[in-house]
Design a binder for this molecule. Sequence first.
Ligand SMILES: [Zn+2]
Length: 137
Amino acid sequence: MGSQSRSFQRRVVDAARAQGLLGDLFWYVEIEIGYGRHAPACWPGVWVPVMPVGDDWEASSHVADVLAQIFAWHNAGRGLVFRAALTNEEALRESGATWYVWGEDGPPIDRVCGGCGAVTVVAAGGWAVCECGEMVR
Ligand SMILES: [Zn+2]
């Protein structure tokens, strides 16, 4: 079981909706790291992908589950468990985490050009053209 039960998540969503704060809620993927402890799943580097809960939390939770499965697939064999969990903008800010909305322009990351070795900043998941003309992704 993750740190958040489904009924807990439902209560959080209901409370946020009642307060008009549904727009502040986000899904992220948590990793069970043992002994009841959890950490946010990051990619790339220290960046935490999040996704807005939106008006239909059950629908967005399925998309968050897909993201959790992507993390699980990329970490197969490591004995880690990934699950979608809720957070809000305030908690994200207070955690000091670097985060971005999954599916939108990813965070800037340094990539080394295979042609000339120059370092180019590329949005995660995107690509750029190096000054030497090589495509960098
Ligand atoms: Zn280059």
